[in-house]
Ligand binder design. Structure first.
Ligand code: FES
Length: 159
């Protein structure tokens, strides 16, 4: 899945119906919608609330509780930089500052060319190789400024 399809109520209803009979269906439905459309838009919240007979506030509460769900579409690649303890001790904060400067974007935002979304996370489970980052689903360890630039160069070519 690209995670970049434009919103379609028909497609969303079809994805939702795949999980209709599941216990605790809301989470798998949200994952399926985000996988398809790249984020959970207001229209998705409205549709889920209607389908599951919940209030929009209830659905919104679940979306905002889980950090994995995003309300706005991400760039083509998502860079997560760990700022938990082990990575902090190995220079994560200066790596974050470097990343923001290099990409000309802030944490939680997307570059103007839509190539990268930059996010902070708390432990990627790669503490032994701090500081760690994840680009899309790929982990990278012992990332310094030069390695960060090199990785961004590689992923940036993948339009
Ligand atoms: S503290 Fe950064 S990967 Fe665990």
């Amino acid at each position: 899945m690209s995670g970049r399809a434009m919103w379609s109520e028909e497609r969303a209803s079809s994805l939702i119906s795949n999980h209709q009979d599941q216990r605790g269906a809301l989470l798998p439905m949200l994952h399926a919608l985000q996988e398809e459309f790249g984020c959970i838009e207001d229209a998705a919240i409205r549709l889920l609330a209607k389908t599951l007979n919940l209030s929009r506030a209830e659905v919104h509460g679940v979306v905002s509780f889980y950090h994995d769900f995003r309300r706005t579409r991400a760039g083509r690649h998502v860079i997560k930089i760990c700022r938990a303890e082990a990575c902090q001790a190995m220079g994560a904060e200066s790596l974050i500052e470097h990343a923001q400067r290099h990409l000309s974007t802030d944490l939680g935002t997307t570059t103007t060319d839509d190539a990268f979304t930059l996010e902070a996370v708390y432990c990627l489970g790669n503490c032994a190789l701090s500081p760690a980052i994840m680009i899309d689903a790929q982990l990278h360890g012992r990332v310094d400024a030069a390695r960060f630039n090199a990785l961004v160069g590689v992923y940036g070519k993948d339009q």
